[in-house]
Every structure is written in structure tokens, then in C-alpha cells.
Design a protein around this ligand. Structure first.
Ligand code: AVI
Length: 321
């Protein structure tokens, strides 16, 4: 309603657009300016993220894909027959195909994503390639309460949260998310969670500072999105991408740094930036298997299995209720 009153750009989901405006105005009013990472994923941002996944420096995607391929039969045996697969933050729905190919007559697939156009394209491609599968796409912010469709009532549920998206939450937020997912998926459910592992800082630094500059474009696209959707006037050439590994917190931190003193307008509000001042746009926490399991034990899930690549770069956890 707020965004509509200001005659701002129309997103498919007005709830997400209103929250975007509120979060940006609040976040830029803090001493450390900050914008939540979920707003990276408009159509252009989702495409840029797909390009990140293919970068030579960005090891998580290809490593997790390999782990899933090698573990697919074991996962399928544990999950059983006729399950409804629910993916949180499904993006292009690429990795789920490995599961769909291995699962025993999966009943349904419910992709949930904050980016409507990307979600619909991915759902259409899956319906074409898996004609027996009931695909119900939900355009929503999965960090909020999500209502699952009636069509999967009574079905055993398998949650899927790959990519180490869980690392974009703080540990308390990750714990809250897993507890909420346990309730949403219900008794008897299973859940697969991809988690990036702690490793040498140089490997992490390279993964978030790629040579081709795709991660920089992904980060800066947030300003383009604010300009378009919230009537902002960010000068993109006056900001630069920064990503650093904070070993004390075990996380990559991404920032947009102002290259000069400047004033920016957003939806009628004014924000001042000092030279070198940053907007904190993302944390990407890295875990050890043990630290992630300590976190899981505080939620409604039990750890059944963990799949890891040989170099111990990435992990996939099979959890049950
Ligand atoms: C989606 N998420 C797990 C990615 C990550 O690695 O934290 C997002 C990303 N940010 C920069 N590169 C990739």
C-alpha cells in the first residue's frame, strides 16, 4: 500500500514490494547501512546469480551438484515413495532435477521463490520435462510463513534447501528458519540442506571476487533495482563491490562502498554517504559439520546423514523430524 501510494514500480507481489521499500529505508537509516540479501533476486539479479554459479572461482554449485549426483540413490532410499518435494528459494530449479530423477515416483514439486518471473520460467520447464509431476509454484519470501498448497495434504514431505542459502542467515536466523520449516513440513518430514564449509580464506575470497566481475555486477544490481522500483537515483559508477572474509565470524561479508561523499534520494527520502562508507548487503556464513549439527540440534530436526565431497568444500545434510 505504501509503495502504491508513492506510485512506485509494480512488482508481481505487492507485499514483497512494500517490504522492499520499508527494508531499504530502514536499512539505510542505520549507522552501518544495510540491505537484506533477499532483494538481490529480481529478474536481472536471479540471472546474474545463475552466472555466478557457473564461475570457475565459485566452487559451491558444482561441488554440491556432484555431491547430490553421488548421493542421489541413498537420498531416494531414505526419502521413500510418493513424496512431495518442497524447495525453499528454488531459483532456476536446476539441482532439484537430480533429485527428481532419483526419487521413487515423486508426487509433487513445490518451488518457492521471491522472484516471480524466474520461478514461472523454471516451473514451466519442469512441467514440460516431468509431465507426470504436479508442479505448484509459490511466489513468496520463504523467510516469512509460507502456506503449502492443499494438493499435497497428507503426502510425506521432503524439504530441499540447497546452495548454502542457509549461510545467508545469521546462525540464530538459520535456527529459526529450520524450526519454522520443521513446523511447515510437518511430522514425518525430511529435509536436505546444503551447507558451505569453512576453508582457507583465499579460496573464499576468490569465490566472491571473481575475475569476470559477475559478483560485483550482482551486488551493484541491487542499486539498479532500487533506482527502478523505489525511484532511487544511485550513481552506479560512484559505488564499488567489496567482499571480505571475516574469520572471527566465519563469514564472507559483501558491501557496496561509496567512492566519494554523495547524496542519494529514494522514494523522496535523502541519504548521505561519506567517502568509503559502505552498505552491508550480504553475509555468507561458513560452517564446520560439527558447528552446523550443533545448530540443527536446537531445532525440531534429527541428523540422519551427511554427504561431503572429497576435498571437504561443501556438505549436504539429510535431516528428519
Ligand atoms: C545464494 N547464496 C548462497 C550465495 C552465497 O554464496 O552466499 C549468494 C552469493 N553472493 C555472492 N555470490 C553468491
Amino acid at each position: 500500500a505504501l509503495a502504491a501510494a508513492l506510485h512506485l514500480d509494480d512488482d508481481l507481489n505487492p507485499l514483497i514490494r512494500d517490504e522492499f521499500l520499508r527494508d531499504v529505508l530502514n536499512g539505510l537509516s542505520q549507522r552501518q547501512k544495510t540491505i537484506p540479501p533477499k532483494y538481490f533476486y529480481d529478474a536481472a539479479g536471479s540471472r546474474l546469480f545463475d552466472r555466478i554459479c557457473d564461475l570457475p572461482e565459485y566452487y559451491p554449485t558444482r561441488t554440491e551438484t556432484k555431491i547430490l549426483r553421488e548421493s542421489a540413490q541413498d537420498i531416494a532410499a531414505r526419502a521413500g515413495w510418493d513424496v512431495a518435494l518442497i524447495e525453499f528459494g528454488s531459483g532456476s530449479s536446476t539441482k532439484v532435477r537430480i533429485l527428481l530423477d532419483a526419487l521413487r515416483l515423486p508426487a509433487a514439486y513445490v518451488p518457492i521463490d521471491i522472484c516471480g518471473p524466474h520461478l514461472e520460467d523454471a516451473a514451466a520447464a519442469l512441467r514440460r520435462d516431468y509431465p507426470q509431476l504436479a508442479v505448484t509454484a509459490i511466489h513468496a519470501d520463504f523467510t516469512q510463513e509460507v502456506q503449502l498448497p492443499d494438493s499435497i495434504r497428507g503426502k510425506k514431505r521432503l524439504g530441499f534447501f540447497p546452495g548454502s542459502t542457509i549461510g545467508n542467515f545469521t546462525p540464530p536466523e538459520a535456527e529459526a528458519f529450520l524450526s519454522k520449516a520443521a513446523k511447515t513440513l510437518g511430522a514425518g518430514a525430511d529435509m536436505l540442506v546444503g551447507v558451505d564449509l569453512k576453508k582457507h580464506g583465499a579460496v573464499l575470497h576468490a569465490a566472491y571476487n571473481d575475475h569476470a566481475g559477475v559478483t560485483a555486477a550482482f551486488n551493484l544490481n541491487l542499486l539498479t533495482r532500487i533506482n527502478r522500483e523505489l525511484r532511487g537515483d544511485f550513481d552506479l559508477s560512484a559505488f564499488r563491490h567489496r567482499a571480505v572474509y571475516n574469520a572471527a565470524f566465519g563469514r564472507i561479508e559483501m558491501y557496496l562502498e561509496s567512492l566519494k561523499p554523495q547524496i542519494v534520494h529514494i522514494a523522496g527520502d535523502v541519504f548521505a554517504f561519506r567517502e568509503g562508507e559502505t552498505i552491508h548487503t550480504e553475509n555468507s556464513y561458513k560452517y564446520t559439520i560439527e558447528s552446523f549439527h550443533r545448530l540443527v540440534k536446537k531445532t525440531g530436526w534429527k541428523i540422519r546423514e551427511v554427504y561431503v565431497d572429497r576435498e571437504k568444500l561443501f556438505s549436504v545434510h539429510f535431516l528428519s523430524r
